[in-house]
Design a protein around this ligand. Structure first.
Ligand code: OOG
Ligand code: NI
Length: 408
């Protein structure tokens, strides 16, 4: 009987392979890794031990797919590596023509083994109301196959048998990596690209190529302010604001920054040449997972900061004054999830994403022409229909890992 390679091992190997590929494709990513390694080494003493162990390997990626069928294939592909769809992110509400989920491990043991996650967005073709352009996009998407036949066979084999032996696992990982590789050859003509791009840069990025190239890979740091300062010191074209909560003694949720996307030379199907801007680099700092009550308070504070005008950093700090910056107070108020340890308690790490931050990251990398014309809400039911499964409720996952029940 063949022994299966554990899903945790497949995920760790895949994450490492993606990192190696992206380092080749986007050399600035290697600079980010160097910055993060340096910052993390300087502050290692501050880390909870369970955090330190996984931090060095930790990263997330992002992809964008064009059809429901492609989304369903991604669900099956990531399931082989122990990653399940968690959460529904409606970016239509922020004016972007996509809605999304995150594929990630869901148990404490799997997260500790390797927390690799992929933010995956699905294009909402229905938002293109020019019939002619929608048709061009639909035809381009219908003609491509993002997974090879071999990969589909290996996915089916893993589903049937409950895993893959070493040889099949190696083939699966190699084929899966190809799905996310960058191709400088577009599958549409230059004029079609221009029309898609004029409608929305995100539509051009999703529709024009042979597959859902990885558009960023994000290492985790313990000190994002130090990492941001170092990016600027090295002359890297950093985003001017850090997304998420302000700097705090007790970090919560997720803080993210990125460097602006590269302009890359591409070749269209009709032989003409051009440039495309999609791929970038991001760094993140993860803090405590908030309960629904804590999240509500976070959303309120953030909305106030965004409405304030003037200096954003100052407004952010002022708006978060009502959010206690003390673990005991946060625990008593039921704002965050905690687990018991021999030394007392520690907060659970936020394993997910934030829709407002994600929208900010999208926008800073698509350029200023990425307008808000599509401000129309998406439908979780439609997304799940395409996915072929419901998305998991992130709060139920945290509740299952926390030791203290939290008052609603
Ligand atoms: C995904 C943007 C969202 C994050 O970290 O919030 C994201 C994308 O650009 O495709 O990755
Ligand atoms: Ni990201």
């Amino acid at each position: 009987m063949t022994e299966f390679v554990p899903a945790d091992t497949l995920r760790a190997r895949f994450s490492a392979a993606m990192s190696a590929m992206y380092r080749e494709e986007v050399p600035l990513y290697a600079d980010l890794l160097a910055i993060v390694a340096d910052v993390n080494a300087r502050s290692e003493a501050d880390l909870a031990s369970s955090d330190a162990a996984r931090m060095a390997q930790e990263r997330h990626g992002a992809i964008r797919v064009g059809t429901g069928a492609e989304l369903a294939q991604m669900r099956r592909l990531f399931a082989v590596m122990g990653m399940e769809p968690v959460g529904y992110y409606d970016l239509g509400a922020a004016g972007l023509p996509v809605h999304s989920t995150a594929f990630r491990p869901v148990t404490a043991a799997a997260l500790a083994a390797n927390p690799f996650r992929v933010f995956c967005s699905l294009l909402r073709l229905d938002l293109i109301d020019e019939a002619d352009l929608r048709d061009t996009a639909a035809k381009a998407l219908a003609s491509r196959r993002i997974c090879s036949e071999r990969l589909l066979d290996l996915m089916a084999m893993a589903e049937e048998r409950g895993g893959l032996g070493e040889e099949d696992a190696a083939a699966f990982l190699a084929e899966a990596l190809e799905v996310f590789r960058w191709h400088a050859e577009a599958q549409v003509a230059g004029a079609d690209y221009a029309r898609l791009h004029a409608r929305h840069p995100l539509i051009a990025d999703i529709v024009s190529f042979k597959g859902p190239h990885i558009n960023h890979l994000t290492p985790r740091t313990v000190d994002i302010d130090a990492a941001q300062a170092e990016m600027i010191a090295r002359g890297i074209d950093a985003k001017d604001r850090i997304e998420g909560p302000p700097r705090r003694k007790c970090p919560i949720l997720l803080r993210q920054t990125s460097f602006k996307a590269l302009s890359e030379t591409i070749r269209f199907a009709d032989g003409t040449g051009g440039a495309h801007t999609a791929r970038f680099g991001e760094i993140e700092q993860r803090g405590a997972a908030l309960t629904p009550g804590g999240r509500e308070l976070y959303d309120r504070c953030l909305a106030e900061a965004m409405a304030a005008g003037g200096d954003y950093e100052a407004a952010l700090v002022a708006a978060f004054a009502p959010f206690p910056d003390d673990w005991d107070a946060m625990r008593e108020a039921g704002l965050a999830w905690f687990r018991d340890t021999p030394n007392g308690f520690e907060p659970l790490v936020w394993e997910d994403f934030l829709p407002v931050s994600a929208a900010g990251i999208f926008r800073s990398n698509l350029g200023d022409e990425a307008g808000e014309a599509d401000a129309s809400g998406g439908s979780q039911a439609e997304f799940e229909q395409a996915l072929g499964a419901p998305v998991a409720d992130m709060f139920a996952l945290y509740a299952a890992q926390a030791d203290q029940p939290v008052a609603a």
